[in-house]
Structures are given as structure tokens and as C-alpha cells.
Design a protein around this ligand. Structure first.
Ligand code: BGC
Length: 415
């Protein structure tokens, strides 16, 4: 079964060109969309952002072999936003009187300004120019972002993909077709599972959680700052490894590490506080809890955090891309909202069992990835449909239609 989930990308087609400074700058600017998302999470647990378009923009701009790392700039910006909010909260909590929270809220204007100014300078992606019938501009942009003149093959594939997508007039009806079943399942399952890791219990409520288990006000805010730092640093680990070792290994390792951390925290809190909720942690035990929360956050930050945005942004063919990404974002935000609403009630009812609850979900999602998600590293987006065809499960269940509009140039993916 293990090998069944993998599709070797060793021979995947690689187009000419490389990483250019231009792509790096555009991706950094586009990724700042995540700053406000993150700042919002850290300050209020609410969202206003451009999360629908940023991950897609990054994936369309990046060369296939660096797509993972560049796309994760978005998640890195989210984590920096959260960390900034944690630091601001820590600082404003020291202010006497009741206007500290106003400063925290008002400072959301900073990432908003960065993002707005950046957006003015962002160029269109080649895909978008082709879609809007501007072939020469699209070619020039492709030359510019790949840093080479030999872009013909990639350009041809982009045009073919665009032609195929134009024949599709109802992306919402289309995504329900059997041939898009794997993408549809992933567009729902990945964001759903990402939220069921329980990460936002930590991101929204870390200070409350730390206070509940006996930390003083200051120590609670400081612990949130520490886990915020770990979140950012661990995201960098994912950025530098994802295009080399792939998505699956990060998902699987992250899942196991989150599961172990949550189980140990559950057992420790259960032993000390029991179901009555009374008791107190020794200094040593409190340190261990903070350490385990950090190992949990680190695992999320190099697995489900960035991959929860990367994988959906790279698996949809152009003809269903906007519908697929909209489902992904909606499911993500819906369950972010649900978890934020039910957390305190769950904590009151389940007590330490809350950690086992999320650990159970992490186990399920890790098995799900192991069985159903093929490796997508280094595969050009226009050829991604072949990855499902080669998968032991999806391949058997996809209709074997010879749709000429979906026939791209000879794939070089080896099974
Ligand atoms: C998730 C957010 C979460 C953040 C933590 C993102 O990928 O979508 O819900 O708060 O990671 O870093």
C-alpha cells in the first residue's frame, strides 16, 4: 500500500528556465497577503484577506521545481502576522487603562497598507494573460519570470490548458464530474482536516489555555509568543525541504509528531487535573507542557499549515481551478469558525480529553494522506491530472475517457 500512494516524479517534465529575481520579488509581494491573515488570527481570531487568490497566484508564477517553497511564502507571512500580533498583544497588555486592545486592532492597518501598495505593482500571471487573450504579453511575462527565451514548450502547454478550460462553461457543475472526483475530495478534506488538527485552539486561545493550566497573565502571553516563534521558524523548515523531499513525507511526519505531542499533553493534564479540573502543575511539568505545545506547533508548521494551502493550489486543472480554490477556502474558514465557536464548550465538557479528541482526528488524517494523496512535488500544474491516473486508488476509479481537450503533450512521469 505504501508504494501505491506514491507516484515517482523523478522523470517529470521540466521546462526551461530557472528561478529569477523577478519571480522572487513578485512572490514575496504576493505572499504579504498572508500577513494580514496571520495578524487577524493573532489579534481577534477573525479573518479578512485575499486567501482565495494568493496561493493560486504563487503556484501559477513559480517554476514547478520550486513551486512548493515559493507557495509557502504565503504561510510564512501568516505565521509572521500571528507572531507580530502576539508580540503586540504582549506589549499592549502592559499599558494601563483600557486602550491597549484598540492599539492591537488598529495596527492591522500596517499589513493592510503593505498588501495594498504591493498589489499595485504585481504583474499578471502568464495563465491570466492567456485567458484574457494577450498572447504576446503572456510570452513576454513567461520569458521574464523564467529568465530564458526557451519558453515555447511551457507556453504551448499553458495555451492548451487554457483552451481546454474555455470549453468548460460551468466550473461549479464540472467539478462534480467523476473525472474531477479526486480534486473535489481533496478540496474538501484537506482544509477540513487542517482545522481539525486543533491548531487554532493554540493560535486563538494559547494565553487562555496557558492560564487555565495555572500560568500567570504575563507568562501566558509570553508562552504564546514562544509558540509563535516556533511556528515561524518551523515553516522555514518546510520551505527548504518541500521541493526536495516532497509533500507526503512532511504530511506523514508532521501527523505522527502532532499525534504524539497531543497524547502526552492529554495524559499529563489528565493526571494533574483529572475530571474535576483542580490541581496545579509543578514548574517542571509546566515547562514540559510548553515544550510539547511547541513540538506540536512545529509539526503543524512544517506539514498541514503550509501544505493545507499548497496542495489544493496545485492540484486543480485550470477549468475547475477557481471553483476548487473557492471550496478549499470556504471549507477552511467555515471550520476555523466552528472550532473557534465550540472550543470553550468542548474544553468544559471534554477537559483533558480535548487533546485526545484532536489527536484522534490527526490519526485519521494521517492515514488518509498515506492512502489517498499522491506525491505532487516537481509536477507541472498542467500535467497534474496524470498523477491521479497513476495512483493505485484514484486511477482505478477515474473514467477512462479520451477527451482530446485534456490530452497534453507526452507526459514523462514514471510510475
Ligand atoms: C491555517 C490557520 C492557522 C495558521 C497557523 C494556517 O495555515 O489556515 O487557520 O491559524 O496556519 O499558522
Amino acid at each position: 500500500m505504501a508504494e501505491g500512494g506514491f507516484v515517482s516524479q523523478g522523470g517529470a517534465k521540466s521546462y526551461g528556465g530557472n528561478m529569477t529575481v523577478f519571480v522572487l520579488i513578485t512572490c514575496v509581494v504576493a505572499a504579504t497577503g498572508g500577513l494580514i491573515f496571520g495578524y487577524d488570527i493573532g489579534i481577534s481570531g477573525e479573518f479578512i484577506s485575499m486567501i482565495d487568490s494568493v496561493p493560486l497566484y504563487l503556484s501559477e508564477m513559480a517554476p514547478a521545481k520550486l513551486r512548493g517553497g515559493l507557495n509557502m511564502g504565503f504561510q510564512l507571512a501568516i505565521t509572521i502576522g500571528i507572531l507580530a500580533a502576539n508580540l503586540v498583544n504582549y506589549g499592549t497588555a502592559q499599558i494601563k487603562g483600557s486602550y491597549g486592545w484598540r492599539i492591537s486592532l488598529a495596527l492591522a492597518a500596517v499589513p493592510a497598507i503593505i498588501m495594498t501598495v504591493g498589489a499595485i505593482f504585481l504583474p499578471d500571471t502568464p495563465n491570466s494573460l492567456i485567458e484574457r487573450n494577450q498572447p504576446e504579453k503572456a510570452k513576454n511575462m513567461l520569458r521574464k519570470i523564467r529568465g530564458t527565451d526557451s519558453i515555447e514548450e511551457e507556453y504551448k502547454n499553458l495555451v492548451e490548458a487554457s483552451e481546454a478550460s474555455k470549453k468548460v462553461t460551468h466550473p461549479w457543475k464540472n467539478i462534480l464530474q467523476k473525472k474531477y472526483r479526486p480534486q473535489l475530495v481533496m478540496s474538501i478534506a484537506i482544509p477540513f482536516f487542517q482545522q481539525l488538527t486543533g491548531i487554532n485552539v493554540i493560535m486563538f486561545y494559547a494565553p487562555v489555555l496557558f492560564k487555565t493550566i495555572g500560568f500567570a497573565d504575563d507568562a501566558s502571553l509570553m508562552s504564546a509568543v514562544i509558540s509563535g516563534f516556533v511556528n515561524t521558524i518551523a515553516t522555514v523548515v518546510s520551505i527548504v525541504t518541500v521541493d526536495r523531499y516532497g509533500r507526503r513525507i512532511l504530511f506523514l511526519e508532521g501527523g505522527v509528531q502532532m499525534f504524539i505531542s497531543q497524547m502526552i499533553i492529554g495524559v499529563m493534564i489528565g493526571k494533574v487535573f483529572g475530571v474535576s479540573g483542580t490541581g496545579s502543575l509543578t514548574k517542571g511539568q509546566a515547562d514540559v507542557v510548553v515544550f510539547l505545545i511547541c513540538t506540536y506547533v512545529a509539526a503543524f508548521a512544517w506539514s498541514w499549515g503550509p501544505l493545507g494551502w499548497l496542495v489544493p493550489s496545485e492540484i486543480f486543472p485550470l477549468e475547475i481551478r477557481s471553483a476548487g480554490q473557492s471550496i478549499n477556502v470556504s471549507v477552511n474558514l467555515l471550520f476555523t469558525f466552528v472550532i473557534a465557536q465550540v472550543f470553550l464548550t468542548l474544553l468544559c465538557h471534554l477537559k483533558f480529553g480535548l487533546f485526545f479528541f484532536f489527536a484522534g482526528w490527526v490519526l485519521i488524517m494521517t492515514i488518509f494522506i498515506y492512502i489517498f494523496l499522491p506525491e505532487t512535488k516537481n509536477v507541472p500544474i498542467e500535467e497534474m491530472h496524470l498523477v491521479w491516473k497513476k495512483h493505485w486508488f484514484w486511477g482505478k476509479n477515474l473514467p477512462n475517457e479520451a477527451d482530446p481537450s485534456l490530452q497534453l503533450s507526452e507526459p514523462k512521469i514514471t510510475a
